[in-house]
Design a protein around this ligand. Structure first.
Ligand code: BJW
Ligand code: ZN
Length: 258
């Protein structure tokens, strides 16, 4: 493990371009529950009960209740040492690192702002992630697609009380990507491009089972680069990864990219 860590650190230090792929595990130490595993969000609900357009059509109050709970939970969470290490990596040498996240919690954005302020530079944008599964703090109209800031205090007691679009009166929904829905082609396209151009893909805190994002590390491997995985436990990616490090993202990442 020690030799792997040293090698991984060296690969990252020498990399010309880095793509980072993060998942729910990186936010776990901030108090955001993961999706899968013993303490995961899916434990009491099957994904298809909540994170699909069909579920929203069938029971919008149930789905909104889940998102309203997560929205208020995430608001109270703060970025941890893992998010901060990645933001520093992206800001100290601008243009070298692209962060791709499956998370909808905006903690990478908040880490970027904190580190930009610490560096006295002011521009956090190079550390803003490509958010492939959307953002929980935004709403989108289920009819006309218009995006808006997330409604606070959603009343989920009846469909009549759920938030509606000011333009077309359809129900608003969280601006996230559910199973069976297409990802924004510009966002996933930019992620794949960053992965193809990277000589190192660093993957942190994802079970690596949800596609198409789970292909990001493969794009780096196919173009001759290496993959470094940081996770509490082995995943389906581990056998393809060049180096697999087991541990907390909040401890491994600051060690990898000091
Ligand atoms: C730590 C840690 C610590 C914990 N430190 N580590 C069969 C085969 C292949 C694909 C498919 C298939 N059947 C269907 C599909 C496609 C489907 C898919 O991939 N399904 C698979 C699950 C089988 N994909 C889709 O449907 C996607 N769309 C699509 O394909 O569209 C096609 C299309 C084209 C054109 C027109 C129409 C359609 C969409 C996928 C959307 C996923 N959405 C969600 C919800 C987002 C909104 C929300 O947040 O509510 O995204 S599901 C959920 O999973 C969420 C996550 O972003 C995503 C990934 O989860 P993640 O981040 O990996 O979290 P966990 O919990 O799974 O893992 C945490 C990991 O961290 C674990 O490994 C822990 O060990 C680790 N960990 N603490 C380090 N401290
Ligand atoms: Zn509308």
């Amino acid at each position: 493990m020690k030799a792997d860590l040293a090698r991984a650190r060296e690969l990252l230090a020498d990399a010309r371009r880095i793509v980072v792929l993060t998942g729910a595990g990186i936010s776990a130490e901030s108090g955001v529950p993961t999706f899968r595993g013993p303490k995961g969000l899916w434990k009491s609900f099957r994904p298809e009960e909540l994170a699909t357009p069909e579920a929203f059509r069938r029971d919008p109050c149930l789905v909104w209740g889940w998102y309203a709970w997560r929205r208020s939970l995430v608001e109270k969470c703060v970025p941890n040492t893992g998010h901060l290490a990645l933001a520093r990596l992206a800001l100290v040498e601008r243009g070298r690192t692209t962060i791709v996240t499956q998370n909808v919690d905006a903690l990478h954005h908040r880490a970027a702002r904190a580190i930009a302020a610490e560096l006295g530079d002011g521009d956090p944008t190079p550390a803003f992630p490509l958010e492939v599964h959307g953002a929980i703090d935004r709403d989108r109209c289920s009819g006309c697609g218009q995006r808006s800031d997330g409604v606070i205090d959603v009343d989920v007691t009846s469909v009549d009380k759920l938030p509606r679009c000011g333009e077309c009166d359809s129900l608003l929904r969280p601006d996230v990507v559910w199973f069976g829905e297409a990802l924004d082609p510009a966002v996933i396209g930019a992620s794949f491009e960053a992965a193809r151009e990277a000589d190192v893909c660093l993957v942190a805190g994802t079970s690596a089972v949800v596609y198409p994002v789970a292909s990001v590390p493969d794009m780096t491997l196919q173009s001759g680069g290496v993959v470094i995985e940081a996770n509490l436990e082995p995943t389906p990616l581990s056998s393809r990864a060049t180096i697999s490090l087991m541990g907390l993202a909040g401890e491994l990442l600051p060690d990898l990219v000091p």
